[in-house]
Design a protein around this ligand. Sequence first.
Ligand code: UDP
Length: 327
Amino acid sequence: MGRVLITGAAGFLGSHLCDRMLKDGHQVVAMDNLITGRRSNLEHLDSKENFEFINYDVSEYIDVEGDLDYIMHFASPASPIDYLKIPIQTLKVSSLGTHNCLGLALKKSARIIVASTSEVYGDPLVHPQKETYYGNVNPVGPRGVYDEAKRFQEAITMAYNNIHGLETRIVRIFNTYGPRMRLNDGRVLPAFIGQALRGEDMTVFGDGSQTRSFCYVDDLVNGILKLLMSDYSGPVNIGNPDEITISQFAEEINELTGKNRPVVYHDLPTDDPLQRKPDIELAKKELEWEPKVGRAEGLKITYEYFKSLSQEELFAKDHNTFEKYTK
Ligand code: UDP
């Protein structure tokens, strides 16, 4: 068992990683500057002996007292409306923030895993996406700040591996869902479920024929842990290849919630990928990993979480995420 620094610990994925690392017997140093993360995601861990929280921006020089065995760099705004709102912080956290984490890993002789993304494939012309595909990214479009920062993150991580012999791992994360997603983060699942719960129309962008492949968070966390503990240093896709169109997804959310909300169509945001599905053969071979939780099961658990939110949270003044795409 070791001591791990998790950046972005108060976010959706970060908080689930904290839970898992503590459960596996590690000591967790959780770091977040709470721009998009929420302290409430970690409150259930505050009383634990092996857990500490540091409110800090990883884009600034970082140091952590004591030994570290692992660093998990998961800090970053991760939804399109977040990175539209704070593009410079988005660029900094995956470039400067990654550099700081790599430097710290080197100093502490720690193994590091960085959170990359299916967005490195941009609007992919190859389908499904294999790790060997170089991608189709518009560097100066609205999503470029995220996509290019993550591509730089992969490049500098590989350079530290090659030049310094640092133990590095790169996970390319595809669309993931589950409890603790932010209701107002603008992503399609919280958007549709929030709209259903508030009795609003469901906003489908484009004609709804674009596809995504959604992975339940527990499956993703299992894949990340398997990769961290493996000796494979190249990028690995972790995601669920069960592909669905966004129109079908709206229907599924209507069935799940029983709210039967009408669907309204809006323009597709700039550079919104038309198709996305991970090829997971590499993860199967190298990690013996594949997702286990089907969408029906995962969505049910996730819906219970959103139902448990207060009316205040549900109707918070920034709940209309659709407007944020158009402003
Ligand atoms: N989307 C939608 N309505 C919404 C929010 C998103 O139709 O209210 C679409 C969006 O245009 C995209 C897909 O759902 O095609 C997934 O969007 P999300 O922001 O969840 O993730 P990403 O585009 O990063 O995969």
